[in-house]
Design a protein around this ligand. Structure first.
Ligand code: A8S
Length: 186
């Protein structure tokens, strides 16, 4: 695991860039969390600031199946109103179903986060109550925009990432409970 974390979450950070890593323990099986994280075409499943998403270029792995877009696919997301941004064009960089690693890069759009790249990895995690949950790690690198400090940029991005991870926890924990309930009812 440590080797994997070193490999995927160590970023080269240039002088005009900043970087950080977040962790989130989720009380849901890894398979459920992965089924949500891997859906490159549906970030709005848990990212509350994203209003809609469309694939502007499919690529790799999936063939005709929209659910299995591969590396190189490009999406355009529209951001909800009230945020100093309107859209973002993003490329799928890593989708590893064996090691549960997902990564995308921002190519353009109408916002200030140039050269944003993030990597998300999922790991099995023993919960306090003895159940198996998920440990999620998400790291990012991004340019510090002209006129902003590193601290401001990290604060801004961290706020968005934390919101996304909170929401991902809620969505997947709810889904895990539903599945448990269904199994129990049968
Ligand atoms: C993600 C992470 C981030 C998304 C940011 C940081 C963004 O979608 C929002 C505001 C911006 O200013 C930039 O995993 C951008 O999506 C909510 C439009 C890219």
């Amino acid at each position: 695991r440590q080797e994997l974390i070193r490999r995927y979450h160590t970023h080269q950070v240039e002088a005009n860039q900043c970087s950080n890593i977040h962790s989130q323990v989720i009380n849901a099986p890894l398979e459920i969390v992965w089924s949500v994280v891997r859906r490159f075409e549906r970030p709005q499943m848990y990212k509350k600031f994203i209003q809609s998403c469309s694939i502007i270029q499919g690529g790799g792995g999936g063939g005709e199946n929209q659910e299995l877009l591969g590396v190189g696919s490009i999406r355009e997301v529209r951001v909800v109103s009230g945020i100093p941004a309107t859209s973002s064009v993003e490329r799928l960089e890593i989708l590893d179903d064996d090691q549960h690693i997902f990564s995308f890069r921002i190519l353009g759009g109408v916002h200030r986060l140039q050269n944003y790249r993030s990597v998300t990895s999922l790991h099995h995690h023993q919960m306090m109550n003895g159940k198996v949950g998920t440990l999620l790690l998400e790291s990012y690198v991004v340019n510090v925009p002209d006129g902003n400090t590193t601290e401001e940029t990290v604060l801004f991005v961290d706020t968005l990432v934390r919101c996304n991870l909170k929401s991902l926890s809620q969505v997947t924990e709810r889904r895990a409970l539903q599945l448990q309930q269904q199994a129990h009812d049968q």
